[in-house]
Design a protein around this ligand. Structure first.
Ligand SMILES: Nc1ncnc2c1ncn2[C@@H]1O[C@H](COP(=O)(O)OP(=O)(O)OP(=O)(O)O)[C@@H](O)[C@H]1O
Length: 265
């Protein structure tokens, strides 16, 4: 799926504000994610990226401003509420349970149950169906180098674990997948796999917000790059319009991007 910038943004903020005492972590921030794109969010430490992403994933309640999903205002008071509307987040510290197997991890907290014989009270886990669907999703994403769906996650490499977390987000995220530093803890080869996986998820129709400090990774996979500075968007650039050093200069305030260039926030 190619990016559709003429459509209504899938996820958007208008004038979003979050203050912690005297610190304004989100300062009237505007943000747009369009269908079919990988949007990278970059910024210096403390620029407010995490706060913005937390607001979009329901982990933080903003003080002011609006969040719109498919053009309609939404109010999340917990990550569960955002998830219920199709916004899945893959956190940096990987919410996978090492002792459980791959299929169980994919369905953790959202287990499938067998139709109840004794009504809804004593329903059993539908292990077979969970394994079947997990296998389908892992195969679809090209992740079935992981041989056995009932393999414990603790026996997987860091990249494979990240793959399980990404597969889970692709399985349940019906609107948006947010990935927070997905390659931060990975080696070169494993990062490559995860980057390919991110592109695969985008190509299958789910837009992605990628938060990363890794400029080469950002410039490799992003369709657009949202540069955050001092609590709000400083610019939108693309890997074609700007270099990595331009992006760093915009992040630090050494370069300003003017409206006339048509790329400014
Ligand atoms: N829970 C909190 N309480 C008080 N201040 C906070 C809290 N969370 C964030 N901040 C402050 O808000 C500002 C933005 O922080 P945030 O973590 O969103 O930035 P970031 O761009 O994600 O940084 P990093 O790249 O270092 O993770 C910082 O000044 C930070 O100290």
């Amino acid at each position: 799926m190619t990016a559709q910038y003429d459509k209504t943004p899938v996820l958007q903020t208008k004038n979003l504000v979050k203050r912690y005492g005297s610190v304004t972590a989100i300062d009237h921030a505007d943000f747009e994610l369009y269908p079919g794109e990988i949007l990278a969010v970059i910024g210096d430490n403390g620029a407010g990226k995490s706060s913005l992403i937390k607001a979009l994933s329901g982990a933080l309640i903003p003080d002011e401003g609006e969040i719109l999903l498919d053009g309609k205002p939404v109010h999340f008071s917990s990550p569960m509420e955002a998830r219920a509307l199709g916004i899945e987040t893959v956190y940096q510290n990987l919410a996978v349970s090492p002792a459980l197997n791959i299929a169980d991890n994919l369905y953790l907290g959202r287990e499938l149950l067998k139709p109840g014989i004794l009504g809804k009270v004593f329903r059993m886990l539908d292990k077979k169906e969970m394994e079947r669907r997990a296998k389908d999703k892992m195969t679809e994403l090209g992740l079935m180098t992981i041989q056995n769906i009932s393999q414990a996650v603790e026996s997987l490499s860091g990249g494979q674990r990240q793959g399980v977390a990404v597969a889970r987000s692709a399985l349940f995220g019906s609107k948006v997948v947010i990935m927070d530093e997905p390659t931060a803890a990975l080696g070169v080869k494993e990062s490559r796999r995860v980057l390919n996986l991110i592109k695969e998820v985008r190509d299958r129709g789910l837009p992605i917000i990628l938060i990363s400090h890794n400029m080469p990774h950002v410039f490799e996979v992003a369709d657009r790059i949202h540069i955050h500075r001092l609590g709000k968007r400083a610019a939108i650039v693309t890997p074609q319009s700007h270099t990595m050093s331009d992006a760093v200069a915009i992040m630090t305030g050494a370069m300003e991007v003017g409206e006339s260039e048509g790329e400014a926030a």
